[in-house]
Every structure is written in structure tokens, then in C-alpha cells.
Design a protein around this ligand. Structure first.
Ligand code: C2E
Ligand code: MG
Ligand code: MG
Length: 449
């Protein structure tokens, strides 16, 4: 199958493929049939031995398939599915039946001994490994995942078996393994993820479960607190406290990301307005997800929220990660220019951990660069970290920005940073994240010092 063109031609090619290939998608039995057939096997009183193996083959990740549809059009995506079906069909034994479950997703049923099922999966994985749907103008970047779930070990009914095999295919796609059996450990993680994603929507609609804490940032030359980073906390009604590292990346993969950024902006801006009214002047940094920076409505939304809360743009910074800049540099760069023109400061978060080169620093109108805690947390004792941080401080200063070091965990690292000209520090050695009242006390303490 290697080199099969899925882009060349249109409906003619599709019609020809349908006629020539018994595994043409249009002719394959569908998902309902697959579920029905599994049910028949499970209930078959004649079946004496052998396992029922439900196999799911993903010829591309959902993102890859969407990208294909978006860039090359729905015809190309259909042709991709045709080519995938033909490639998989060519690897199956003659008695095996292929099913089309959904876009780029296929199913196979096998009833056999565990050994023979394993051999079958190895052959299938090996057979389609070299499959590359390359078109005349553009290669379709896709990856294949194969998952398997066996009755009765991995599920007692058809729905459970299919879900378990899909979870296996996802693991195979994510891990790069040729095929993956259903794994309860992986499944527990994805169940938890599904649970969190289901519950974050209602949490974002209210004020009871989510709140912000503020981690102080101090001017290292004077020790004075200049502001704080706003960090999201979620007290889940049954699961307890959920760290942002567990839910923010999940939400960022969905359209709920806009609701999350809105929630954070609204909550932080109303707090900033309260502090300003009370005579405090902290500069508050707000994390904004990469998906939002790329959204064409983002700058207008930000301007509207600033106005609604009567917050001056210079009272806040937004923190964006390098990955946001890399995804769509031109669009993101344009939006960040507009954010700067509003008067809002821009901090590059987690600096040094992305896969980007240094060149983007030239294009992004950053006002602050935050060196990631990866280089900061062992700073007092790690000579390589010292070299990296020292040259980053020079580079960032030469570009006219201020340097923030985050994740400072001990007094020696703090002293080292102060000595080497780092402008601003943040980390547990200065203060952990605080609720608003404790932050006010902290500010009062550093102003008096
Ligand atoms: P981040 O933006 O890089 O935030 C810094 C993280 O480092 C925070 O973790 C902070 O509590 C932690 N930290 C700071 N100093 C120390 C230290 O000395 N020791 C240790 N062990 N940790 C330290 P947190 O609050 O768990 O947040 C993790 C990440 O979640 C954040 O990384 C950010 O990427 C994301 N996040 C948090 N709140 C929001 C939000 O409102 N919106 C978005 N989009 N992302 C958020
Ligand atoms: Mg941050
Ligand atoms: Mg960070």
C-alpha cells in the first residue's frame, strides 16, 4: 500500500476503488453491525473454546483526520479512509471481516486462542506499518493505533468491549506501540480525564468550585512585592482538590478552553479592581491558554473585560507559553502586538522548555521572560543551570525585557539570582500561592521591610 495516492482524482477514483476493492468503506459493514456481531459471538452456545477479540484500528488520530479534512477537503478525507480500509483489508486473513466504525476507525473480530490472536495482531501491525498515504502535492501525516479487548476479561458486554478496544487503540497511538491490549490502569486515567472534563463545564458556569490563588513576585533588588501570578484551583465536589496540571491541559484540548480563560480573566480582573480601589497596586499576571491567543476574538474580548471591570491595561500581564507562539507564529504574533498596543504586558512563561529556537524572541513583543523552574529549582548546586540562567539573563536584558525566575525553592538560589541581576523572583522560597487576604498581608510585610 505504501505510496498509494489518496489525493489524486476525486469521485472517479472513489468509484473505481469501490468497484475494485472488496474493502471499500462504502461496502463495509458498519458500527451497528459490528456490535451486533460481537453480541452473536458472545451469546453463541456452540463456542467451546477460544477468546473473542474485539480489535479497533485507528488509521489516524481525530486531530490528524480533522486536519486532513480542513486542509485538503472532505473528498481527500474520504479517499484516505478508502485507502486505509484497503491497506488493513490486505493484511487480514480471508475469513476475517472488516467493519467501518467511524472516520478513520475500523474494527475486526477474531475468535481464537490467545497465542493466535497475538500472532494475528503482530501480523496486522507489521502489515500496515509501512502504509503511507502520500499524495502528489502533500503527504498526509498520520499514525496508526491498534487496540484489542477480549471477552470476558476486558468487558462483559458489547459496549464495554468496544470502549475497551478504543482505549487500547488510543494507547497504541499515544505510545507508538504497534498494538495495545486494554489496560485498566490507562483506562482509569482516561475515565478520570473524562470525569473531569464532564464536570469542569458546570464548575466554570459558577463561582463555588473554582477560585484563584496568588503567588507573590518580588523585585529581587529591593525585596518588595511587585505583584503576583494568578493560579487556578478547583475544589471538586467529590474528588477533592484537583491540581491545574491535571485539568488545564485536558480543557485546553477542548472548546471549553475559552470558558476557562474567561473565568480566570473575570475573576482576576475583579480582584485587581478591588485591590486598586483599596489602594494596593499589584501587577497581576494571568495565564492565558495557547488556544486563546490564537483566537481572532481574543484581543477584543480582553479589551471588553478590562473595560467592564474598570481595570487599566497596565495593571495586568498575560502569561503565554512558547508553544502558543510556535503553533501559528504569524497570527499569534499579530494578536500579541495588539495586546501590547492595548497596554497589557506580556510574559513568556516556562521559557526554555519548549522546542522552539531563540528566533521567536525577536518577533514577540514580550515585556517579561520567565525562566522555567526546571533551570531554577536546583540553581544553587547545578553548574549547568547556572550557565544557562546567567546567559539567559544577559540575552533577555539585551532584548530590553525583564527576567523573572519561577520556582525558586531555597535561599541560596534566591541569593544567586539576586547576585546575577535577575529582576523578579517567584517561588516557595519567597512565598507559596496565597488566598487574596493572605496576599494582602504578604504585601504589607514586604513594604514595611
Ligand atoms: P505556571 O504558569 O508555570 O505556574 C507556575 C507553577 O509553579 C504553579 O503551579 C506554582 O504553584 C508552581 N510553583 C511556583 N513556585 C514553586 C516552588 O517553589 N516549588 C514548586 N514545587 N512549585 C512551584 P500550579 O499552580 O500547580 O500551576 C501549574 C500550571 O497550571 C501553571 O504553570 C499553568 O501552566 C497552569 N495554570 C494554572 N492556573 C491557570 C489558569 O488560570 N489558566 C491557565 N490557562 N493555566 C493555568
Ligand atoms: Mg504561568
Ligand atoms: Mg511557568
Amino acid at each position: 500500500m505504501a505510496g498509494t495516492s489518496v489525493m489524486a482524482g476525486g469521485s472517479n477514483l472513489r468509484a473505481r476503488q469501490a468497484a475494485e476493492h472488496p474493502h471499500s468503506v462504502g461496502r463495509l459493514p458498519d458500527r451497528a453491525r459490528f456490535l451486533g456481531d460481537i453480541d452473536v459471538f458472545i451469546g453463541d452456545p456452540q463456542r467451546v473454546d477460544g477468546q473473542i477479540a474485539v480489535v479497533v484500528i485507528d488509521a489516524a488520530t481525530p486531530n490528524q483526520h480533522d486536519e486532513l479534512t480542513r486542509t485538503l477537503g472532505p473528498d481527500a478525507a474520504d479517499l484516505f479512509d478508502e485507502a486505509a480500509a484497503a491497506a488493513i483489508g490486505a493484511c487480514l486473513p480471508t475469513n476475517a471481516r472488516l467493519y467501518s466504525l467511524s472516520a478513520a476507525r475500523f474494527g475486526v473480530l477474531q475468535v481464537d486462542t490467545a497465542d493466535r490472536i497475538e500472532t494475528f495482531l503482530n501480523k496486522l501491525a507489521y502489515g500496515i506499518r509501512g502504509w503511507e498515504p502520500i499524495g502528489p502535492t502533500m503527504p498526509a501525516a498520520t499514525s496508526v493505533g491498534i487496540g484489542v479487548a477480549c471477552y470476558p476479561h476486558h468487558g462483559g458486554d458489547v459496549a464495554e468491549l468496544l470502549q475497551a478496544a478504543i482505549a487500547g487503540a488510543r494507547s497504541s497511538l499515544e505510545s507508538g506501540k504497534p498494538w495495545c491490549p486494554y489496560s485498566p490502569v490507562v483506562d482509569r486515567a482516561s475515565h478520570r480525564a473524562a470525569h473531569l472534563l464532564r464536570d469542569i463545564g458546570p464548575a466554570l458556569a459558577g463561582q463555588e468550585q473554582l477560585h484563584l490563588v496568588y503567588q507573590p513576585k518580588t523585585d529581587l533588588s529591593t525585596g518588595r512585592c511587585i505583584g503576583a501570578e494568578a493560579l487556578l484551583r478547583w475544589d471538586h465536589p467529590t474528588l477533592g482538590s484537583i491540581p491545574p496540571g491535571d485539568f488545564v491541559p485536558l480543557v485546553e484540548r477542548t472548546t471549553l478552553v475559552h470558558a476557562m480563560t474567561n473565568w480566570t480573566l473575570q475573576s482576576a480582573l475583579s480582584q485587581v479592581a478591588r485591590w486598586r480601589a483599596a489602594g494596593l497596586d499589584p501587577l497581576i499576571s494571568i495565564n492565558v491558554s495557547m488556544r486563546d491567543v490564537g483566537d481572532d476574538r481574543f484581543v477584543a474580548r480582553l479589551a471588553e473585560l478590562l473595560e467592564r471591570h474598570a481595570v487599566q491595561p497596565g495593571w495586568i500581564n498575560i502569561e503565554v507559553t512558547e508553544s502558543a507562539l510556535m503553533k501559528d507564529p504569524v497570527r499569534v504574533g499579530r494578536h500579541l502586538d495588539e495586546v501590547r498596543r492595548l497596554g497589557v504586558g506580556i510574559e513568556i512563561d516556562d521559557y526554555g522548555t519548549g522546542q522552539s529556537g531563540l528566533s521567536y524572541l525577536k518577533y514577540i513583543p514580550a515585556t517579561f521572560v520567565k525562566i522555567d523552574q526546571l533551570f531554577v529549582s536546583q540553581l544553587a548546586s547545578d553548574r549547568n543551570d547556572q550557565i544557562i540562567v546567567r546567559s539567559t539573563i544577559d540575552l533577555v536584558h539585551d532584548l530590553g525585557c525583564q527576567v523573572v525566575a519561577e520556582g525558586i525553592r531555597d535561599g541560596d538560589s534566591l541569593a544567586w539570582l539576586r547576585e546575577h541581576g535577575c529582576d523578579i523572583g517567584q517561588g516557595n522560597a519567597i512565598s507559596p500561592p496565597l488566598d487574596p487576604a493572605s496576599f494582602e498581608q504578604f504585601v504589607a510585610g514586604t513594604s514595611a521591610a
